[in-house]
Design a protein around this ligand. Structure first.
Ligand SMILES: [Zn+2]
Length: 404
């Protein structure tokens, strides 16, 4: 079962009754957290037994389904808390500050035509929430293959989850093998006998990361005397950085998936899971690791949703092996991979060829095969480049480049 949360903004302010429901819900969650911590339980049923009666007496009118759902939320928070404690992370007693509530799919009604949510508050009292519906939202509302999941209500917006069974991936007619690098995805696209080099560039992401990293460093220095302000500012910087990077990652992923969908391609990616860096620059490495993993997550998730097959391959030696003769080169190389047998190729593209061959040899890419002889070295297909984005990231040289 695949789940997708879609954010809707409200057409008008949250009605008074709904707002007090959010407050009651928060109270119920915090109550349940306290009870759960005291009794050292984290399961929803145990929480229900513990806290239901007491809370019911104080709030006799609250809709029972909302109350049960508050235990569900509390249960999630308690489980997270327990995990952090076990791992030895510093953490304080959990407490919900933000106003929110969650309703299971039986506890609310959404008219998918008009975009109006009917939310019961208590017996005989319902409120209607009118949602702002755009074309993007229509795609989800009108698709009847999607069923409604839970609803999260926040003071200014709601999140509706849509669910569907994962579609069966199509049988690939071609393959798109991509090697993931700091500034680009490089690879080969194989269709029939032919093969072409492909590239999706995102140089801005490293620039954005560097810029926010520097900014955080500066903030920490400047606010060294005030840890609280420093922490808050850094957190805000971090959130901003994530938003900006995520936005770009989604664009890259979308253009790749569109390409794969059009050509009925299987996507071959390296499996980054077991990735352990042995270099001394590990910290540096880890910094640049997260957008790549995130990019893979986005591609995999969206591919699943759209029924595009994705193959993950162990990347060991993929950048050092010659795809023709199989020799492994242990010496460091520049941007070009050169082999004694005469094969030479861009290092990143060479890696993607090896990923593809691993996928083929394990029978994971359907009946496809790859003929290195038919590889068109001089043709480069651009799947994505920053010029396709809404706004480019300014850097030190753009002022010069802009003068023509
Ligand atoms: Zn060779």
């Amino acid at each position: 079962m695949l789940i997708k949360g879609v954010v809707f903004y409200l057409d008008s302010d949250l009605p008074f009754e709904a707002r007090s429901l959010l407050e009651d819900f928060r109270l119920a969650v915090n109550n349940a957290i306290r009870a759960g911590l005291q009794a050292r339980v984290t399961s929803r049923n145990a929480l229900c037994r513990l806290a239901y009666e007491d809370f019911r007496q104080e709030h006799p009118k609250m809709y029972a389904k909302h109350l049960v759902s508050s235990f569900e939320v509390a249960c999630g928070i308690l489980k997270n808390h327990r995990r952090r404690v076990r791992k030895g992370f510093p953490c304080r007693t959990p407490y919900v500050k933000r106003l929110m509530m969650k309703a299971e799919n039986q506890a609310y009604k959404l008219d998918r035509e008009s975009g109006v949510i009917d939310l019961p508050i208590r017996a005989g009292c319902h409120v209607e929430l009118k949602l702002v519906v755009s074309q993007y939202h229509r795609r989800y509302l009108n698709d009847m293959a999607l069923t409604l999941g839970s609803l999260t209500v926040l003071p200014d917006r709601v999140i509706v989850t849509f669910r569907k069974d994962a579609p069966k991936p199509f049988a690939p007619e071609s393959a798109l093998s991509l090697d993931t690098n700091e500034r680009s995805l490089d690879g080969v696209f194989v269709e029939g006998d032919g093969a072409k080099a492909v590239k999706a560039e995102f140089p801005e992401i490293a620039i954005i990361q560097q810029r926010h990293h520097d900014r955080r460093r500066r903030l920490q220095k400047k606010k060294a005397h005030d840890r609280r302000t420093s922490r808050n500012l850094c957190r805000r910087e971090g959130a901003r950085e994530h938003h900006r990077i995520d936005h770009r990652l989604y664009q890259v992923a979308n253009s790749i998936l569109r390409f794969a969908e059009d050509r009925k391609s299987a996507i071959v990616l390296e499996d980054l899971k077991g990735f352990k860096s042995k270099t001394s620059k590990e910290l540096n490495r880890r910094l640049s690791m997260w957008p790549r993993r995130k990019l893979h997550q986005i591609i995999e998730y969206k591919a699943q949703w759209r029924g595009i097959p994705v193959v993950k391959v162990d990347p060991r030696n993929s950048s050092r092996t010659c795809p023709i003769c199989g020799r492994i080169q242990y010496s460091r190389m520049g941007t070009e991979f050169k082999c004694e047998c005469g094969w030479h190729m861009d290092r990143h593209i060479n890696a993607s060829i090896n990923l593809l061959q691993t996928a083929i040899s394990k029978g994971m890419a359907g009946g496809l095969w790859f003929n290195p002889g038919a590889f068109q070295h001089d043709v480069m297909m651009i799947l994505y480049e920053p010029a396709m984005a809404a706004r480019s990231e300014p850097n030190g040289t753009s002022g010069i480049a802009g003068v023509t």
